[in-house]
Each structure stands twice: as C-alpha cells, then as structure tokens.
Design a protein around this ligand. Structure first.
Ligand code: NA7
Length: 515
C-alpha cells in the first residue's frame, strides 16, 4: 500500500499553537493582527528592511504600489502579459505539455501550468429582480473603476461582510446619504489602524527573521500573534474574561480577537456566545439610535471571517447614514431609480454598490476550460464531489498543473501561505526536471487519486469541530445561490500545513507520481 506520511499530521481545529513572539513582549498594544509588515513577500530580506509603510494596515493603492515596486526591483515585467485572458488550457498526453490558449490568439505550449487565479475575485452579484433596469451608477466592490466620485450622492451599499464594512466606514463622510442594506449583521472589532512610529518599525526590522519563523512555523492563522492554545473561555471568571476581551479590543484585529484571547471561540458554542455578547454590548454602546442599534445587532454565531474596522459602527451615528434590515424588510425589486423593499419604501439612489462578495475559492477554476487527461475539465472532475485537491495545489488527472491557493489550501493570512506554496511548487518542478536528465522525456508529476482523496478527507475531518462550518458564508461555499456547500480550506493551520509539505518532499514527493 502506498504510504502517506502526511496522514499522521492530524490536528483538531483552529485553536492550538505555541509561541511567544518577540514583538508581542512588552509593547503589546502596538501589535494588532494582519499588519502591513506581514502583508509582503517574506523572501526579500533587504527590501523588508527598507521598503516604507507608514500605517499599520495598508490600503489598496499602497498594495499596488508595493507590487509594482517588487516587479521593478526584480525585473519581472518582461515575463508578464497584461489584458490577456486564458481561454483554455488542454493537457497533451503525447507531447507531455499543456497547450494554453489566450484571448490574444496565442497558444503557449508549456511543460508546467501554474495557476494563480485568485480565490476572491469572481464577483458574486445577487439575483434581484429589476437589477438591469436601474438607471444610476452601479459598482461591484471587486471591480472598482478608477476615478469614481461619491461626493454628495445618495448611495446604497448591499452587503456588509469584510468589504461592506470597510466601504461604509470610508464613504459615509462624503456622501449625501448612505443606506446600508444588511441581510445578516456582522460582528466587527476595531482594527487598531494608526500611524507606524519609528520605534515600532525598528523593532519589526530587528525581529523580522523571528517574526516570519513564528508566522510560518508556529502559527495557525499566521497573523503575527501567538494563538491561545490552552485557555478555554469559561476557565476564567466573568471579570477576567471581560478584561481579556477588553485588552484584545484595545489592541485591535479581528483574528487576534477571535484566536488570541481564548482557545475555543471558533469551536465551542458557549465560548462563542461569550465573545458575541461582548461585541454586541460594544455595538449597543457605540450606536446611539436604538433602532439602528437593533438593526445592526448580529443574530448568528460569531463564526465567519472575523472582521475589523476603523470606525464602522460610529458611522451610523451620522444623520446621513441609515441601516436597512433585509430580515425585517427584504429587497423586493431594484427599480430604475433605486431599491424597493417589502414595506413599499423606494430608496432613491444615485449609486448602488454591490459589496456582495465572490464565488470564492473554486469560482475562477470552474468558469474556464482547463482540461486534463482524456479531455476531462476541472469543472467536470469536481462536479460530483465539490472541489478536491492534494494539498490545495495539485489535482489528479491534471499532470504538471499546480494551483496557487486552490481549494483546500490553509485557512490563514494569505501572503505567507502563498510564499509557502510557491516554494513547494518550485521544488517539486525542480525535482521533476531532474528526472528528464535520465529519461530524456518531458517529465510528468501528478497527484495520485488516493492522495487527493485523503487530503480532502483530512480537510473535512479537521474542519468538523469548527463553528464556521455551521454558519453560511463563502468559507464553506455557502454564499452563492445554487453552489454546493463544501469544505474549501484546510483548517489545521499554516504551521501544520508546512510540516506536511516538508514530509511530502522528504519522502520523495509522496502522494505524487513523478517521471
Ligand atoms: P462576503 O464576506 O461574502 O460578504 C458579502 C455580503 O453581501 C454579505 O453581507 C452578504 O449577506 C451580502 N449579500 C450577498 N448576497 C446578497 C443578497 N442577495 N442580498 C443581500 N445581501 C447579500 O464578501 P466580502 O467582499 O465582504 O469579503 C470576502 C472576503 O474578501 C473577506 O472575507 C476577506 O477575506 C476578503 P449575508 O451576510 O450572507 O446574509
């Protein structure tokens, strides 16, 4: 029987890890989660020291500037084609190459196909009657055009996930009137956004190596803080619990609030309720108008992607900002002038913003024709079961194809997980290329059916205890009408995932066939 050494790397859920991070000692209030210092490539040590970032959380324009800088610094532009769509990719088993066709009419023949299609980029538009009749401006947050001005306009925002929360926070001050249309109100904690002081930056620079080591090899969520591994929520008295939550609230960061405070918020209903109640009390205290506060009060468990914000609830204290509860008054129709709800009110709007998320994780893979062995497409391969992969990056029947952040990749801060997968893919390709020297043929490297099935099973098992699985959201494919609910991530954490990759490599690329 084929040995599958990664099989013994079984962990229970997103709740246990071990660490003390240098940055966290002493000046804790300075270190919220998902910070700018972790939102970069880890492999250019020199650039990490010198590239500027002035706030704890970088905005889109700064991320783009950083990416352009990396492209220039490493002379990557000559390898890139823009405005070019992959129309189809077909595996040629005789020649052992992929034939990759593009919208420019070019066909590339490549020994390896590495996809980086994005797990949050295929936009999800709600199915609402009349949507095409609307005469005003209409934008999806996933395709925001340059140069839009909302100044003085009447704006409706549909959706209040991570994006909707940020949009409301950002635009409320500029618009004439803002209506936030909300189906399920969410829990959001402060982000801790503020300027980076030189002393903080100095400590990051001095500790960068240790920071990446902790993020990659000790952490589950990889957000730069040690997850709490041994303190259940109910193991402390009510007063202590409140103090712990208050400290996390003051530090900022959604992942930090959920995973650094206690070890069971995402796995135990009672613990979850404690965290939820704490945030609800904060919402009540922040939002002055009791009707708005009622509409903003979450009713579900605190078990989606943990959100954070730079003053979201406060925006609802403005007289020009309202919340419309779609549980109380669902949208009936989008009209030429705006949005009409079930109580007959027509909200006249100059702009509708769809912050309605994405057909996440597998959405981009199933809309293009990637055909592996025997002409079977990835869509067809996944149709019976939902998306399955080996390690989130390879699929049986699709030789020499590697996905960066395909389905069942780790549920963690994404940049360090991408670094991890890219390094692994580079190594496995290098190993495959070596076989060419002896065989003289184009090499083939392919995940076995068994390894794919076992990894899928592993991801299923590891996520079983998670409350996220019981709350509808994109994380389990439950945000797009008609989409199959499925396990989409490996919930064992980045450190365990990396251990697994190391074992696979050490044991001669176990789980793959090569040659
Ligand atoms: P999300 O988190 O999927 O949020 C989408 C929001 O849109 C959410 O509030 C949905 O309500 C709402 N939605 C979706 N369809 C409808 C319809 N038909 N009517 C009303 N409201 C609707 O997407 P984001 O872009 O915010 O974030 C995705 C990830 O990107 C985020 O987690 C980060 O990791 C980056 P619901 O709550 O489902 O009832």
């Amino acid at each position: 029987m084929e040995s599958v050494p990664w099989r013994d790397v079984r962990v229970s859920s997103l709740s246990r890890s071990r660490s003390t991070l240098a940055l966290d000692r002493g000046r804790e209030a300075d270190c919220p989660s998902t910070e700018a210092y972790l939102y970069r490539y880890s492999w250019d040590a020199e650039d990490l020291q010198s590239y500027p970032w002035d706030k704890h959380y970088v905005y889109q324009a700064e991320v783009l500037k950083y990416l352009k800088h990396v492209v220039e610094r490493h002379d990557l532009r000559r390898h890139m084609f823009f405005n070019t769509t992959l129309t189809d990719a077909t595996w040629d088993d005789d020649a052992r190459v992929w034939a990759v066709k593009t919208s420019a009419g070019t066909t590339f023949r490549a020994r390896y196909l590495v996809t980086a299609l994005g797990l949050l980029s295929k936009q999800n538009f709600p199915v609402i009657s009349g949507i095409d009749s609307y005469q005003g401006e209409k934008y999806h947050t996933g395709a925001w055009p340059a140069g839009v001005s909302l100044q003085g306009k009447r704006v409706g925002v549909i959706g209040n996930g991570s994006t909707g929360v940020q949009v409301v926070t950002e635009i409320a001050k500029d618009v004439a009137h803002l209506y936030s249309f909300q189906r399920n109100p969410q829990y959001s904690v402060p982000s801790g956004q503020r300027a980076v002081d030189p002393e903080y930056r100095r400590r990051v620079n001095e500790n960068y190596q240790e920071i990446w080591r902790q993020v990659k090899d000790e952490s589950k969520t990889a957000f730069g803080f040690p997850e709490n591994e041994d303190r259940p929520t109910m193991s402390v008295d009510a007063e202590t619990r409140k103090e712990i939550f208050e400290t996390a609230w003051a530090k900022g960061g959604g992942f930090r609030f959920m995973f650094e405070t206690f070890n069971d918020i995402s796995t135990d209903e009672g613990a979850n309720e404690q965290a939820a109640d704490f945030i609800k009390a904060k919402i009540r205290a922040k939002v002055k108008d009791p009707v708005k506060a009622r509409k903003l009060m979450p009713t579900q468990m605190y078990a989606r992607r943990p959100l954070c914000d730079a003053g979201y609830y406060e925006q609802f204290n403005r007289s020009n900002v309202d919340v419309v509860s779609l549980h109380e008054t669902p949208i009936e129709q989008i009209t030429p002038k705006g949005i009409r709800t079930s109580d007959g009110v027509e909200y006249e709007l100059d702009v509708i913003i769809f912050a309605t998320g994405f057909d996440a994780v597998d959405g981009n893979y199933t809309r293009i024709a990637i055909k592996g062995r025997d002409g079977v497409s990835l869509k067809e391969h996944w149709e019976p079961t939902g998306p399955t992969t080996f390690l989130g990056l390879a699929v049986t029947g699709f030789p020499n194809m590697f996905m960066i952040f395909g389905p069942n990749s780790p549920f963690s801060n994404i940049p360090p997980a991408i670094d991890t997968q890219v390094e692994f893919i580079s190594d496995v390709v290098e190993a495959a290329e070596k076989t060419k020297q002896s065989s003289g043929r184009n090499p083939i490297v392919e995940a076995t059916a068994k390894s794919e099935s076992m990894w899928t099973d592993e991801c299923d098992q590891v996520s079983r205890g998670s409350l996220f699985r019981r709350t509808d959201s994109w994380i389990f494919g439950a945000n797009v009408p008609g989409k199959r609910h499925a396990v989409m991530f490996y919930f064992g954490g980045l450190a365990e995932y990396r251990k697994t990759l190391r074992k696979v490599a050490k044991n001669g690329w176990d789980g793959f066939t090569m040659g």
